[in-house]
Design a protein around this ligand. Sequence first.
Ligand SMILES: Cc1cc2nc3c(=O)[nH]c(=O)nc-3n(C[C@H](O)[C@H](O)[C@H](O)COP(=O)(O)OP(=O)(O)OC[C@H]3O[C@@H](n4cnc5c(N)ncnc54)[C@H](O)[C@@H]3O)c2cc1C
Length: 485
Amino acid sequence: MVDYDVIVAGGGLAGTITAQAISHYSNQNVKILVVDRNTEFFPGRKSLAGWVCGDACSKEAVDYMSDRIKVKWTRPEIEHDVKGVMAFSPDKETAIPFDGAGYMLNRQKLPEIQNERCRKMGIEFEYEINLTGLVYEGQQVVGVQGIDNKTKQSFKKTSKIVIDATGVTSMLRNGLQNSTKVEKRIDRRDLESTGRYIMYFEPGQKDLSEFDPNYCIIHLDQDIAPGGYGWVFPKAENKVNIGLGVEKSLLDLRNKRLGKKDNVESLMKEYLARNVSIKNPKLSEDPQDINNNSGVFQVSVRRQNDCMVSGGYMMVGDSAWMPKPIDAGGIGPALIAGTILGNNVSQALQANDVSEASLWQYNLDYIKEYGYKTAGLELFRRLVQQMTNEQISYGMKHFLGNLDVEAISKGEHPDFTGLGKIGMIIRGAMNKTVADGLRYTSKQNQWLVEHYHNYPKDPTGFDEWNKTLHQRLDESFAKIEVFGK
Ligand SMILES: Cc1cc2nc3c(=O)[nH]c(=O)nc-3n(C[C@H](O)[C@H](O)[C@H](O)COP(=O)(O)OP(=O)(O)OC[C@H]3O[C@@H](n4cnc5c(N)ncnc54)[C@H](O)[C@@H]3O)c2cc1C
């Protein structure tokens, strides 16, 4: 006898959505436990710094979840509505919209409300448990273990399936013992170090490229946020989530280039100070922000884990590296994946088969809905990361047509394969390199999307598929380095 049908490790955003989805698809007939290291008063907190996030999420992703599992998000977990995201080129001469209408969430409030909803569905919680690993029976995961911080005793519970939703630092994934297919470790260059403040301010100069109550603003700039971007997301007319993300090795190069010694914190301060629309900013002391008004955390910007299941084990959200490679948006993919996973788990439990082969469908379903495009976007991100400000500005101004903007707004890789063909004059060697790079990633993207559509239907075809993927990616990453020079 096992203690539960399903244990969800990590009661953050992905964990609670997934628990609700499993409950929904199995008509509340399964026994679910959510285990988290936080106290019940700080549910879903990522680290001591709080629920560090940009707080933005597309309406489309929320609707995807709500329509299927019938969980509606309203106020106060939604703090503010936005019409979309605007990305500005370094010279601010070009702005491209993407992602469509969306919400600014209150990440501290959301898990409180989520947990209340979960409890009403009969989902159980264990708080203050620091999970250290999985429990195995042969090749099968059969539970979780760790330390109960309330009693300082060891903690162990068994289940048919464990869902790993413990976030980007997942110890369960790092130590996974029953799979050679699931990737355990992430390349440091696929991690962004990011931080932000939640603040009230007095209106300064009116400049919609610095603060816009209706749009989330992204500033691409290799001096301000090397290998990442800065953001100014509105939470009210006079309230903002402002922050930035950098890639560490590119920050080092930028510091060397400019003769500076900046780190994420000092860059954040500078970024806030240079904003002409934000006067006299003060960290929010609202009860729903007080434990969450400033902090730094990491986020991954690569394709999702090449395989997301093993016997009795599945992963969702940041533990599976789901945030979108070009903008680090992880809430949308977590909502989509959690919803899908709920259906897959319900079917596996009904079939009474929780083997790797039985859970495999989750890989396929997620790729079909979202994951098919992430490897191409990862490549695109690598290309843009090593461009200069001048190149990014030129590329955004001259190479982005309406169709590309539409593709970007849907989260697809824009198609640059025709660049330079139809009488387009590309001036200068530097800009030719940009055009060549964009054309190259577009071409590789087409191959990658096709390859993901041929993801193996069962575990037996995986090794071959994965070998081909890695060969192509290694080759592409090496080629992209050349475009940066
Ligand atoms: C600065 C920053 C800005 C971002 N901005 C945006 C944005 O604007 N829009 C967007 O869509 N995404 C954004 N993201 C990404 C987004 O925040 C994440 O994708 C999202 O929070 C992932 O949710 P999750 O549930 O997978 O993981 P988490 O939110 O990290 O939740 C994991 C949970 O597991 C618990 N846990 C971890 N380890 C253990 C353990 N060993 N034992 C027990 N419990 C454990 C944690 O305490 C936590 O409760 C941003 C990220 C950062 C860092």
